[in-house]
Design a protein around this ligand. Sequence first.
Ligand code: GTR
Length: 328
Amino acid sequence: MKRNKLVILFLVGLLLVTTCASLQLNAAAPRTLKLAEVHPQGYPTELGDEKFAELVAAKSKGRLKIQVYFGGQLGSENDVVEQAKLGVIEFVRVSTSPVISVYKPIGVFSMPFLFRSQEHQWKVLKGEVGQTFLKGMESVGLVGLTYFDGGARNFYATKELKSVNDLKGLKIRVQPSPIMVSMIKLLNATATPIAYGEVYSALQTGVVDGAENNVPSWVSANHYEVAKYFIKDGHLRLPELLMVSKKFYDGLSKRDQKILRDAAREATEFQIKAWNESESKYLEQAKAKGCVIHEANVAEFQAAVAPMYDMPEYKEYKVWVDKIKAVK
Ligand code: GTR
């Protein structure tokens, strides 16, 4: 009898010990954090995301585990920005366009022909203006970690584009942003704001006649299959953004916050390199498929959209435009 009691006591003890141990293990188990990305695996921003996740995992010794949800699995860019503000999604990599509706100053990057070159753009992004915006977004619940490269945007359509006049009367898909709409109007075309994931079918079914984007997007999203005429005018150099939800970030220790910042900085250098290596590769792919690519008379495009800088709705950007132009 006494022996039975001892056995029962031993078993209860064992149960308690194993339950506690497993509870402790669960508490220490790394939570998987989400990072939203609209592009497919292998696209240069997605490679930057993966690098960031890898660096964060290494620096935190596996405590912070980030999973990249590529290909728009978590929703459109406008949706994921809202979800990051709420803390539902921890990280987002988006264009600056979907951020304008929540943080207006960043819209200055959507002013056409703002940057003189990739080099000028990176000086601005790493300098006072770029860093002010990353910090400023905290006021709307987003912590800007870094920028990624998104190259230059150009027009493409289902009919040949040789000059600015060929855009006349066309329906052009734009990112959901009023600044884009203003720009397209000045080119005598009609702007149709559509989420990125729906552009392919909009082009295919004739909902729009064309769109504007960088070469890697035109090719990797297969837009080039249905809109094979491209004109290199480089009207915009929209930076890409990597952000973390402030709700999530504020709950981290100072040490982990630093890990995220250091990893973002290192991932940026990797991403710029990946971008530079991939652009020509995508262009070759388009040429091999028989796409027709024209070099634009850039001055013609520039003159057509110049009145944007005098529009009353964008006057507030003047102070930023001046600072950007002054960066040598
Ligand atoms: C791409 C950008 C995406 C998305 C897309 C678009 O260049 O990398 O984040 O904003 O453009 O036009 O919607």
